[in-house]
Design a protein around this ligand. Structure first.
Ligand SMILES: *Cc1c(COP(=O)(O)O)cnc(C)c1O
Length: 405
């Protein structure tokens, strides 16, 4: 391993290095030609991160909270910070500690997981000075008050409401969120306790319909009206989509416009400040993985990363990621499926992935749009946990309109 290759840990919650100026970063092809990597090579584009962060922060009509779980690599956090992100949606004490250690009190940390261990509440409140918490039940409110003994004007309390199953690629409606009556009761209980009172929801990840946000805002407005209390914050959650080879996404601006219009028309929420919690949209385009083909059998390529590594979304969710061969070829493209390196037959990615007809053993393939939930979900299953991370100057393999194009 040469010095240019940084080992990434299975748990990426570590302090990183300074990001060099973009001009100093190499091209991915040059690195692969030089290093000839036999293990998955993760490529990060700090400039893309800065650009997408800036686009989102400047375009969204409120505060942008980065959903840290999506990719908690310190280099990612640093580049987003340089792009203007100052708010962080954290879900665990480890994420909170990481953000505090990197940015100190300048970072606004929001604890947006609605079910927490008591020790996690204490650690967030007492050690890391977190004052913003999401809730979806009275039991969690009692737990929070018990553990923090917070003064009435100290906390920001955000009530997460449940949404009907929506149009997103990943439905997130089944696990968290208060039903209508429960949300109304919770808002009323929280109001005298909270300096800031909010309502949040999550439309589901990779949501392709801007109107899904408008419908959710209308529901939040009905809840606010029924509760009859002043709402200070409307948190529209994450779910903003990025482009994949089989998916044309509406431009990011269409989502912002739909949100702004629904917000303006919401009688009980029009005065509330907007928050968003993007994850995928901020980081997906900035990450690629370069894999090597170890065998070809017909239309199947056996590669050295898979569903237990950074390609879990290519497994059962069957995301088609953009791909390109790193070797020039005059052959036409044909469709391939991938098998990952573990012995599990579930380590299979149907794609299809279009690559030159003559691709074979030893060739390298770049797989793009993997900056979100890719490296963050890697496991050490079967011993295949080795990978390296390099920072590159390349543009993303596939551009998302309004975000990084
Ligand atoms: C995962 C998550 C997000 C980020 O979702 P994306 O679809 O990646 O934008 C935002 N908020 C909450 C509460 C989440 O759990």
């Amino acid at each position: 391993m040469t010095k240019s290759l940084l080992r990434i840990a299975v748990s990426p919650l570590r302090r990183g290095r300074e990001i060099p100026a973009p001009a100093a970063l190499p091209a991915l092809d040059d690195i692969v030609a030089r290093e000839r990597p036999q293990e998955p090579l993760h490529a990060l584009r700090p400039r893309t991160l800065q650009l997408t962060a800036r686009r989102f922060v400047e375009g969204f009509p409120g505060d942008t909270l980065y959903a840290v779980k999506c990719n908690a690599d310190p280099r990612v956090l640093r580049a987003l910070w340089e792009g203007g992100v100052r708010h962080f949606d954290c879900a665990s004490p480890a994420e909170i500690a990481l953000v505090r250690s990197m940015f100190g009190r300048e970072a606004a940390i929001h604890y947006m997981h609605p079910v927490r261990a008591r020790t996690a509440i204490r650690e967030a409140y007492a050690r890391h000075a977190v004052r913003d918490f999401v809730l979806d039940s009275v039991a969690e409110l009692d737990k929070l008050l018990d553990e923090t003994r917070a003064k009435p004007d100290e906390l920001a309390l955000v009530v997460r409401i449940a949404l009907p199953k929506g149009a997103a690629r990943y439905d997130l409606s089944g696990k968290f969120g208060a039903g209508f009556d429960e949300a109304v009761a919770l808002l009323r209980r929280c109001r005298p306790l909270a300096a800031t009172l909010g309502i949040s929801f999550h439309v589901g990840s990779q949501c392709l319909d801007p109107q899904a946000y408008a419908r959710a805002i209308a529901l939040a407005d009905t809840v606010a009206g029924a509760a009859g209390v002043v709402i200070d914050v409307l948190d529209v959650g994450g779910g903003f989509p990025v482009a994949y080879p089989d998916t044309d996404v509406p431009p990011l601006g269409a989502f912002f416009a739909a949100i702004a219009a629904a917000h303006a028309g919401a009688a009980h929420l029009a005065q509330a400040r907007l928050w968003a919690e993007p994850g995928r949209a901020l980081v997906a385009g900035a990450g690629s993985v370069v894999v090597q083909v170890q065998a070809r059998r017909g239309n199947a390529l056996y590669i050295n990363d898979g569903v237990y590594g950074s390609l879990s979304d290519a497994g059962v969710p069957a995301f088609r990621f953009p791909v390109r061969a790193l070797r020039a070829s005059a052959e036409p493209l044909r469709d391939f499926a991938f098998f990952g390196p573990t012995c599990d037959s579930a380590d299979r990615m149907v794609g299809p992935f279009a690559l030159p007809d003559d691709i074979g053993e030893g060739d390298w393939i770049e797989i793009g749009q993997l900056g979100a939930y890719g490296a963050a979900l890697r496991t050490a299953f079967n011993g295949f946990d080795r990978a390296h991370l390099v920072e590159v100057a390349d543009r993303p393999l596939l551009l998302t309109p309004g975000l990084d194009d």
